[in-house]
Design a protein around this ligand. Structure first.
Ligand SMILES: [Zn+2]
Length: 113
């Protein structure tokens, strides 16, 4: 099993799905689905707050409240994801092992493991 391209050693691999073959997809935990947008929204709110402070007026109360709420949402989602992590790792490993054909995103080399 190789997680690197045998040609250029790149780690940017794409699984190639063969027609007619149902490969086991890794089970993405719901907490991760929630965590990623939550972090993105938090980053957006924080950068808006910083921009508003930089321009003198300070962040509005609604914005501050939203930022705090999103921060706690991120903490909760992060904690849930931390609990899901062992299962997620196992399902990722099972997926990597069941996947036979790979394609390299750097040099387009295809191979079977
Ligand atoms: Zn390659």
């Amino acid at each position: 099993m190789q997680y690197r391209c045998p040609k250029c050693q790149s780690a940017k691999l794409l699984p190639v799905t063969q027609p007619g073959q149902t490969t086991a997809r890794p089970v993405v935990p719901k907490s991760l689905v929630f965590l990623i947008p939550a972090i993105l929204i938090l980053l957006l709110l924080v950068s808006i707050s910083i921009a508003m402070w930089a321009f003198g007026n300070g962040a509005g109360e609604t914005l501050q409240l939203a930022t705090i709420v999103m921060f706690f949402a991120c903490v909760i989602a992060g904690f849930l994801f931390y609990r899901d992590l062992p299962d997620f790792k196992l399902s990722m490993q099972a997926f990597m092992q069941s996947q036979k054909r790979w394609k390299c995103r750097d040099c387009n080399h295809e191979w079977e493991s």
